[in-house]
Structure formats: C-alpha cells, structure tokens
Design a protein. Structure first.
Length: 168
C-alpha cells in the first residue's frame, strides 16, 4: 500500500461520509475504468477490511477515512472501536499500538472456555486466568477467572480492553 494519494486527487474521485464511514465514487475514471456515480467504493478483503483501489494502488478504507478527516496519514495502527473492520465512521477509529489493537479482539475461534483469558488445563479441576503472559491465578469458578481477566485487561489496556463482560 502506498500513501501517495493527495487530498485533491481523493476529492476528484470520491466522497466520504464521516458519520457512516461510506466512500462513494463520483463517477470519474479511476482504476482504469469509469466508476458509477454513487456506487460504494471498494471491496471487502479477506481480513474483513474494505479496500479501495485508486490509480492502481489499494488503500484500506479506515486509513483513508483518517487521511480524509485529518489531512495526514495515520503513522501506526488504527483500532475500530466497534470491532467491525468495515465500519469506518471517523468516531469509530482511534490510533492504537499493535498491542492495544489486539486487546480489542473478539474471542478466538479455538477458545474452549467461552471466556477471554480463561482456560482449564487438561486433567485439572480449577480454571486458570491469564492476561497476555501474566498469570492471574487459578479459580474454582470460570466466572471468577473471567472477572480476574477483565480487571487485569482494563488495567493494562484501558478503553481498548475487550472484556468478557463486553462479550455478553
């Protein structure tokens, strides 16, 4: 991806609604063909993020939304507060480190406990809680382990923490 697009070129080709996060083509030639006026720009990539191709370069819609809103390209990661990678209103985006961005992830598909940061070791009767590499203890109840994870996640990640409470 290149950050060589200018605001002037963007405004020749597209409109952006900062409240909905939707980009629409103005109907001028881009990407080697004329786009239909009003057509939603881009496609959903394998990662779930919308990608828009402009003059042969692809741009992630959330990074483009930041650029169009603030006039500068983001220097690091952007986090989607809603955890929906195709939901790009300006107020849903925030700068984040990779660690903070990862803290706002949904529960993993291979999770067997149904709780973030909680697992039951094979052959054990108690639940274990862990936040990142930090061991938080063992607990008789899964809910106690989940509460321990939630407290530590809030302490470590602040508003970026996606807790078990958030997942209910």
């Amino acid at each position: 991806m290149s950050d060589s697009l200018t605001l002037e070129r963007f405004h020749e080709l597209l409109t952006f609604d900062p409240e909905t996060g939707i980009f629409r083509w103005k109907g001028v030639k881009a990407r080697g063909r004329r786009q239909k006026p009003g057509e939603i720009a881009g496609h959903i990539h394998d990662t779930g993020h919308r990608r828009i191709t402009i003059d042969g370069q692809f741009y992630y819609a959330h990074r483009l939304a930041w650029f169009v809103t603030y006039g500068v390209w983001p220097t690091g990661d952007l986090d989607h507060k809603s955890n929906n990678p195709d939901h790009n209103p300006t107020d849903n985006l925030r700068p984040a480190t990779r660690t903070l961005n990862n803290a706002n992830q949904k529960i993993r598909s291979d999770n067997t406990s149904g709780c973030k940061g909680v697992y039951k070791p094979t052959g054990r009767k108690k639940w274990t809680a862990r936040a990142g590499r930090k061991y938080l203890g063992t607990f008789d109840l899964k809910e106690e382990a989940a509460a321990a994870y939630d407290a530590e996640a809030r302490r470590l990640y602040g508003p970026y923490a996606r807790t078990n409470e958030d997942l209910r």
